[in-house]
Write a protein of this length. Structure first.
Length: 179
């Protein structure tokens, strides 16, 4: 579902307020009270954004970010907390969080961060689409020609591609094919 936000907040009143605000802003928002519940919900919901509290019962928000990065790396994670400790922000960002908000939340700021996260996710999806389309369209099968020289060139390119698969990324050679 498009424009889906998963909210992970153990404070029921705050969670309901965030959900109501996001729904009034046009998003579909689902509230979970624990990280474990959020992981289960994310399997079917596939949210664009996960807005999580840092301090949760059981698994904390940073661990949730790490787990979500493995199961749904496209979801943008926003961590929020009442603790303004810079180390928590650094841990969250290193774990893969898109952004970090401190409580009390300013709803206009929350909306801006969510908008930016969704825009960023969509931009990444577009880039990925065009990269995969370019890679698909530039395969050896896309090369036209069945003559003996063309077959020899396709074979040579195939050998180069196979050798490249076994090389380290920083050791790739530059190849010029001319003909």
């Amino acid at each position: 579902m498009a424009n889906t936000i998963l909210i992970v907040e153990d404070d029921e009143i705050l969670g309901d307020n965030i959900r109501a605000y996001l729904e009034r802003s046009g998003w579909s928002a689902t509230l979970c009270e624990s990280a474990e519940q959020a992981i289960a919900e994310a399997e079917t919901l596939h949210p664009e954004v996960v807005l999580t509290d840092l301090r949760l019962p059981g698994m904390n928000g940073v661990e949730l970010v790490r787990r979500m990065q493995k199961t749904d790396p496209d979801a943008k994670m926003i961590v929020m907390t009442g603790d303004s400790n810079v180390h928590h922000a650094v841990d969250a960002m290193k774990s893969g969080a898109f952004d970090y908000l401190t409580k009390p939340l300013v709803l206009a700021e929350l909306k801006l961060v969510v908008d930016r996260a969704i825009d960023n996710r969509r931009l990444e999806q577009q880039v990925s689409f065009y990269q995969s389309r370019e890679a698909r369209d530039s395969s050896l099968d896309a090369m036209i020609g069945t003559s003996r020289p063309m077959q020899a060139m396709k074979a040579m390119i195939g050998q180069l591609l196979e050798a490249e698969r076994h090389m380290a990324d920083d050791n790739l050679p530059v190849v010029l094919i001319n003909g």
